[in-house]
Design a protein. Structure first.
Length: 147
């Protein structure tokens, strides 16, 4: 199978790089093709081409930050925290294979537990949801720090 992936972490220095290398190595070892884009402190590295996205059977997003998913419309998308791509990449690839085969049609199998049901669109407006987890925002972190 052919996959495309995006890795991203808040600082973008080490974890996103480790996740990208682990995804590439494990997918290759299992006989799959994968193109990985790294989003981090240095900007985007190895940006995914529209051809690579079109040829992909599934998309893997291993990120602890907000990643724009508009360019992956129509593709099965598996989202997970970046730590899953570092520590449990085999399970992540299995979920992507299941999603590509149509077995991952429900939200729980393609999204992490804390994101299940949140979706990428709001129910009332239909507009794309912006931002990531509010508990990881600057003001929430400052509030926890100062309280």
């Amino acid at each position: 199978m052919k996959f495309v992936a995006v890795t991203s972490c808040p600082t973008g220095i080490a974890h996103s790089q480790m996740a990208a290398e682990n995804l590439e190595q494990t997918a290759t070892d299992l006989g799959h093709e994968i193109d990985v884009e790294v989003q981090g402190a240095m900007g985007q590295e190895n940006e995914l081409s529209s051809d690579a996205i079109a040829e992909a059977d599934a998309v893997i997003i291993a990120a602890d930050t907000s990643v724009n998913q508009d360019r992956f419309e129509g593709k099965p998308v598996v989202t997970a925290p970046v730590k899953d791509a570092v520590n449990d990449v085999e399970d992540l690839l299995e979920r992507a294979i299941a999603a590509a085969d149509g077995e991952g049609s429900n939200a729980e199998s393609t999204q992490p537990a804390d994101a299940a049901g949140s979706g990428t669109e709001t129910a009332d407006s239909g507009a794309p949801r912006r931002g990531g987890d509010p508990s990881k925002g600057l003001f929430a972190r400052l509030k926890r720090l100062l309280s």
